[in-house]
Design a binder for this molecule. Structure first.
Ligand SMILES: [Zn+2]
Ligand SMILES: [Zn+2]
Length: 178
């Protein structure tokens, strides 16, 4: 099943004859943005279609779905978080161009590509990571880490007092410069 792990679509036939090209597959282990790793539970699956819309323009649409581990915002536990993202982009074929280049002219946005073998991973990554929530909780009512000793209060009762809000705390939040 190695072919399914290649996140590419070959558009040679589409470029010649028009119509629609389709591909599907999986991304294993993680998505990467620079040095930042977004670890997956199992595999993320994806599928795309690229359709000729006249001239040298093509419409890319697809979806990517998987479960990513995000840290619980209170206790930092890796928490499986389902993500299902859809994406659509205009593509423009420019023969001989190396790689994929993003163009933005007025309201017109498109990606130029010059090789029939198009790498989809950047599109899949952008769609997936953009769809992730900002923060997650491992469960409703996660008790978080103790601010005194750092213990996971879901697992142990370290005996430290839960913080009682200082009466002036609300005022302090209102006027952070004080
Ligand atoms: Zn938690
Ligand atoms: Zn404690």
């Amino acid at each position: 099943m190695d072919y399914a792990k290649v996140t590419r679509i070959n558009l040679a036939r589409l470029l010649k004859e028009g119509g629609t090209a389709r591909a599907s597959g999986v991304v294993e282990e993680a998505f990467w943005v620079g040095e930042e790793r977004f670890p997956l539970e199992g595999e993320a699956s994806w599928k795309v279609a690229v359709s000729s819309v006249g001239g040298n323009e093509y419409w890319l649409s697809g979806e990517v779905e998987g479960v990513v581990y995000m840290e619980c915002r209170r206790c930092l536990k890796p928490t499986p978080t389902p993500v299902h993202a859809h994406f659509q982009h205009m593509l423009r074929y420019e023969q001989g161009l190396e790689g994929v280049v993003f163009h933005e002219e007025d309201e017109d946005e498109y990606y130029a590509f010059g090789e029939p073998d198009l790498d989809l991973l950047p599109f899949l990554t952008e769609a997936f990571v953009t769809e992730m929530p900002y923060t997650v909780l491992c469960e409703e009512g996660c008790k978080g880490l103790c601010p005194v000793c750092g213990a996971d209060r879901n697992l142990v009762d370290c005996g430290h007092e839960a913080e009682t809000p200082h009466p002036f705390q609300a005022l302090k939040d209102l006027l952070p410069e004080l």
